[in-house]
Design a protein around this ligand. Structure first.
Ligand SMILES: NC(=O)c1ccc[n+]([C@@H]2O[C@H](COP(=O)([O-])OP(=O)(O)OC[C@H]3O[C@@H](n4cnc5c(N)ncnc54)[C@H](O)[C@@H]3O)[C@@H](O)[C@H]2O)c1
Length: 361
C-alpha cells in the first residue's frame, strides 16, 4: 500500500455528502481515488464536488481498481452485502453504513468474508462518536453507575407522511425505523450495558402510503429488553412524533441508571451529559472533558463547526487510522452482526407476539 490509503465510495447520496466527503478531509492518511453510484447524475455531481475523475456506475468495476485500498459502502441497505462480499474478495478494507445487512445471516456472511480476507471492517454506528456518548462509555467502564439497572432510549422525529424513497420499501431496506434509527441505539445499549439476552417488541405502520407509493415498513418500534447483566431496557423510536422536527436537534435521548448513578446523553447537546449521583437531589449538567471531544490523533479542532454535526467526521478517521495501524476498527462488523441479531429478534417478536431470546437466533 502507498503512504496514503486509496479510498473509494460506493453510493454518493445523502450520507456521503453529510458525513463522508467532509469526514475524509480530516483524514491526512487517506486519498479519495474513485467514486461509484448507479445514478449517473449523482455520480457526475459527486465528481464535480470532489474533483475525483475516476468514476463508474458498477461497484464490481470499482472494486477491481488497483488504486482502491478501502471502500465506504453508502448505498441503500439491500446493496450492502453484495458490495461488502465483493470488496472482501478483492482484498479491500470496508466501512459499511448501518444497518450492515438485510438480516442476520447476511451480516454473519459479511463478517466471515472480511475476517477470512484479513481486511479491516467497520460498521458506521456514527453516534458512538458523539462526545457525550464517548464520555458516558468511559464513565461506565470506570464503574460510575455501579450495578446497572436501566437502559432507556427515545428517538422521536417528525417525518410526517412524506415520500422516503427506498427507505419505505421492505425489499430494499428490510426494516423502517428499526434500521434507520433504532440500530444506532441498539449499538448504544451493547456499548453501555453489554449483550441483550431477550426482548419483546411491537411495530406500527401509521402511513401505508407515502408520496402515493406503498410504504410497507414500520414508522414506530417499541422494545422491552433484558440484558445478560439482568438490567432492563426500554427502547422506542418513531418517525411520526408530530411537531418534534427532525435531524440532530429532534429528541434523541439515551439514559442509563445503576446503583451508584445515572447518566443521560442528548444528541442536541452533544458536548454535555446530565449526571446524577447516589444521594444527590437531582441531575446536574456537566461538560464533556476535552479528551472526549474528538478521537485521539484526529487533526480536527473540536471547537470548529456545529457540534451536532462535526463529531460524525471522526468515524472516517477511525477507519483510516485502523487500516494504517493494522488494528481492528471500532465499531466493527462484529458490532453490526450483534445489532443484526437484535433486529431479527425484534421482527420475530413482533410477528409472533412472544419474547425472543437472542441466543436462539
Ligand atoms: N450512519 C448514519 O448516521 C446514517 C445516516 C443516514 C443514512 N445512513 C445509511 O447510509 C446508507 C445510504 O443512505 P442515504 O441516505 O445516503 O441514501 P441515498 O438514497 O441518499 O443515497 C444512496 C445512493 O446509493 C446509490 N445506489 C443505489 N444502488 C446502488 C448500486 N447498486 N451501486 C452504486 N450505487 C448505488 C443511489 O443512486 C444513491 O445515490 C443507508 O444504508 C442508510 O441507512 C446512515
Amino acid at each position: 500500500m502507498a503512504d496514503k490509503v486509496g479510498v473509494a465510495l460506493i453510493g454518493c447520496g445523502g450520507i456521503v455528502i453529510q458525513n463522508h466527503f467532509p469526514g475524509l478531509k480530516y483524514c491526512p492518511g487517506a486519498e479519495l481515488v474513485a467514486l461509484c453510484d448507479s445514478n449517473p447524475e449523482v455520480l457526475e455531481k459527486a465528481s464535480k464536488e470532489t474533483g475525483v475523475s475516476r468514476t463508474t456506475t458498477s461497484y464490481e468495476e470499482l472494486l477491481a481498481m488497483d488504486e482502491v485500498d478501502a471502500v465506504i459502502i453508502a448505498t441503500p441497505n439491500f446493496v450492502h452485502a453484495p458490495c461488502a462480499l465483493e470488496a472482501a474478495r478483492q482484498g479491500k478494507h470496508i466501512l459499511c453504513e448501518k444497518p450492515i445487512s438485510m438480516d442476520l445471516p447476511e451480516a454473519r456472511l459479511m463478517l466471515e468474508a472480511a475476517e477470512k480476507a484479513n481486511v479491516r471492517h467497520m460498521t458506521a454506528f456514527t453516534y458512538r462518536f458523539v462526545p457525550g456518548m464517548r464520555y458516558m462509555a468511559y464513565l461506565v467502564q470506570q464503574g460510575f453507575i455501579g450495578q446497572p439497572f436501566h437502559f432507556r432510549c427515545r428517538r422521536q422525529q417528525d417525518w410526517g407522511d412524506r415520500f422516503l424513497g427506498w427507505r419505505q420499501k421492505k425489499k430494499l431496506a428490510a426494516t423502517g425505523e428499526i434500521g434507520d434509527m433504532l440500530s444506532h441505539r441498539i449499538d448504544f445499549a451493547h456499548l453501555l450495558m453489554g449483550p441483550i439476552r431477550e426482548l419483546v417488541a411491537d411495530l406500527r405502520i401509521f402511513h401505508e402510503t407515502r408520496g402515493g407509493e406503498v410504504s410497507d415498513l414500520e414508522d414506530w418500534v417499541g422494545v422491552i429488553a433484558s440484558f445478560d447483566s439482568n438490567a432492563t431496557g426500554m427502547l422506542e423510536s418513531t418517525k411520526v412524533a408530530t411537531g418534534r422536527g427532525e435531524g440532530g436537534m429532534s429528541e434523541d435521548l439515551c439514559e442509563i441508571a445503576g446503583s451508584e448513578g445515572t447518566l443521560i446523553y442528548r444528541l442536541g447537546n452533544p458536548n454535555h451529559v446530565l449526571v446524577g449521583r447516589r444521594g444527590s437531589s437531582g441531575l446536574v449538567e456537566e461538560p464533556v472533558p476535552n479528551e472526549f471531544l474528538k478521537v485521539p490523533n484526529s487533526p480536527r479542532d473540536p471547537a470548529e463547526g456545529d457540534p451536532v454535526q462535526v463529531f460524525r467526521y471522526d468515524q472516517d478517521f477511525e477507519f483510516i487510522e485502523a487500516i494504517q495501524q493494522g488494528r481492528s476498527c471500532t465499531p466493527s462488523f462484529e458490532d453490526g452482526v450483534r445489532v443484526a441479531a437484535v433486529i431479527d429478534a425484534i421482527l420475530k417478536s413482533a410477528e409472533t407476539r412472544q419474547w425472543v431470546r437472542i441466543g436462539d437466533l
